[in-house]
Write a protein that binds this ligand. Structure first.
Ligand code: AMP
Length: 249
């Protein structure tokens, strides 16, 4: 069984992003970029399924600028077998990515697509769901456990008040939650090996997809600044402050 793992290049989670002065977005010039953390978990899960002998080939896919090649090389260093870059300088919104992925699913016929639950830049949390809808595929979002059994996959999801387990028939779309696994450390020999793995580049036109944006960002603002906190010496002072200063009790 083949697995397709979409990986997005995003601003590194340690970077404190700044809003551009004209409010048109955040400044990503000269900022460290990395693989979306939920996508690292997705690649790791695919590799674990391969190690269990359930999966035969892992294909990492990234849609975006030329530098997404670096993200794909990282995916291959974790253990993906080959990679596809759908290259475009156009701003890509989740629907456009879902359409590109749908075209690749038609081409590659994977048994599973494992996406991240959301990209930490736009926090859209839409692409996996849109892909499932476009491809008419079963979906299980926010997976915390994945078990392939024959032509089915059992996915445990964390929901309010407990765990829910779904059984999906393959092919299917899964999106990963934080507790699914802890991605392995990428070793230097694996980084070197990844350089030699196959990376194909396509354009959205090659897949017959129009990626032009459908949504317009009107304004991006910094959250309001919070005042500095104070340390209180004892519980009595805390209660006094909550009563008389903050007036919350
Ligand atoms: P989002 O819907 O933007 O929050 O993204 C959810 C997931 O879709 C990500 O974790 C990735 O697995 C995938 N995805 C989104 N955008 C891209 C992209 N440009 N290239 C590859 N995968 C993507």
């Amino acid at each position: 069984m083949k697995v397709l793992v979409p990986v997005k290049r995003v601003v590194d989670y340690n970077v404190k992003v700044r809003v551009k002065s004209d409010g048109s977005g955040v400044d990503i010039a000269n900022v460290k970029m990395s693989m979306n953390p939920f996508d690292e978990i997705a690649v790791e899960e695919a590799v674990r399924l391969k190690e269990k002998g359930v999966v035969t080939e892992i294909i990492a896919v990234s849609c975006g600028v030329t530098q997404c090649q670096e993200t794909l090389r990282t995916a291959m260093a974790i253990g993906a077998d080959r990679a596809i870059l759908v290259e475009t300088a156009e701003e890509l919104q989740p629907l456009a990515v879902a359409k590109l992925l749908k075209a690749l699913v038609d081409k590659e016929q994977p048994g599973l697509v494992i996406c991240g639950k959301q990209a930490i830049d736009d926090d859209a949390n839409q692409t996996g769901q849109m892909l499932a809808a476009l491809g008419d595929l079963p979906q299980a979002t926010f997976a915390s456990k994945v078990e392939v059994a024959g032509d089915k996959v059992n996915v445990t999801r964390e929901v309010d008040g407990g765990l829910e387990t779904l059984s999906l028939s393959l092919p299917a779309v899964i999106t990963t939650d934080l507790r699914l696994n802890e991605p392995r450390y990428v070793t230097l020999p694996n980084i070197m090996k990844a350089k030699k793995k196959q990376l194909d580049t396509l354009k959205p036109e090659d897949l017959g997809v129009d990626v032009s944006p459908r949504l317009k960002t009107l304004k991006v603002e910094e959250p309001a600044k919070r005042g500095a906190g104070v340390k209180v010496p004892d519980v009595a002072t805390l209660i006094d402050k909550l009563k008389n200063e903050a007036k919350v009790i």
